[in-house]
Design a protein around this ligand. Sequence first.
Ligand SMILES: NC(=O)c1ccc[n+]([C@@H]2O[C@H](COP(=O)([O-])OP(=O)(O)OC[C@H]3O[C@@H](n4cnc5c(N)ncnc54)[C@H](OP(=O)(O)O)[C@@H]3O)[C@@H](O)[C@H]2O)c1
Length: 287
Amino acid sequence: MGNVKVSVAFLLAAVFCQLLLLPSPTKDLTDDVNGLRVVITGASSGIGEELTYQLAAMGATIVITARTEYKLRQVANKCKDLYGADVFPIAADLASFENASLVVSEGLNKLGGMDLLILNHFGDVEFGGYQHDPLNFQNALVVNMMSHAHIASRSVQALSQSKGRIVAVSSAVGFLGSPFMITYATAKSALNGFFTSLRHELTFNQSDVSVTLCHLGYIDTKSAERIKDNLILKPSSKKNCASEIVKSSMNRMSEMYFPAYFSWVHVFKTLFPSVMERAVQLLYKNV
Ligand SMILES: NC(=O)c1ccc[n+]([C@@H]2O[C@H](COP(=O)([O-])OP(=O)(O)OC[C@H]3O[C@@H](n4cnc5c(N)ncnc54)[C@H](OP(=O)(O)O)[C@@H]3O)[C@@H](O)[C@H]2O)c1
């Protein structure tokens, strides 16, 4: 009986907390963003590119990075033409820790400090049935998780000085698991563990740096098209996704879910793991 009471109390508390997470009325964030010094990884396409446009439009100065230099230049030029914003491209392969360190030091030089770090890049993962290849697996973990930890660690001092913000872009598969993207899900799950724990340590060290972990569902970027034949879900808009990321970081939220119903999915996964596991499998087609 005691267990039932405790379970009901937790369920009610979960419902209450979820209601607090409902999207707040849209507020203009231009005053909050104007003048911020921002570093965005994975900004040559998809959500990172969209984040760059939205933050540039609101008056941020931005360092963007990815491997493909001409695409970064196109994004930077578009920001200059449309918004008069200063956006500095740094081409780097973040599979190398040395390059990741250089992105931070060059970024700090160009911006004269850092207020917001958005760790958004992902790459070098195969989608499809899992084929164990230890070297590919190791490389994927470096690109998709360890480079994020490395860049964040190298940036913490500058962010502490500015009472800044870290955003780590993760995925719902990090807490749900997923067929056909085991390496990716493993990296995202580790990313969740790292940034949740880093948030704890920053709090213990009385740091003012906030950490926002973004758990995204299926978003309409080109790279997500690779899994469209395996999924029966419809993708959500990358524009709305980017604006929710900006909003959650400005509000220093610990966790953000997009689409918002994924916060309920997370609760259900914790309360009813076997039911959620079956539900996840029903979303996939084995092509
Ligand atoms: N789209 C979705 O459905 C979805 C769902 C959940 C979570 N997410 C997350 O959202 C974030 C953005 O995803 P997206 O769909 O916008 O992907 P995307 O368009 O493929 O963007 C990935 C970015 O990472 C860069 N990148 C890849 N490998 C790199 C490397 N080795 N070093 C440096 N940069 C590298 C890419 O540029 P280069 O190729 O030029 O290097 C690109 O700018 C990712 O963290 C992803 O896991 C996306």
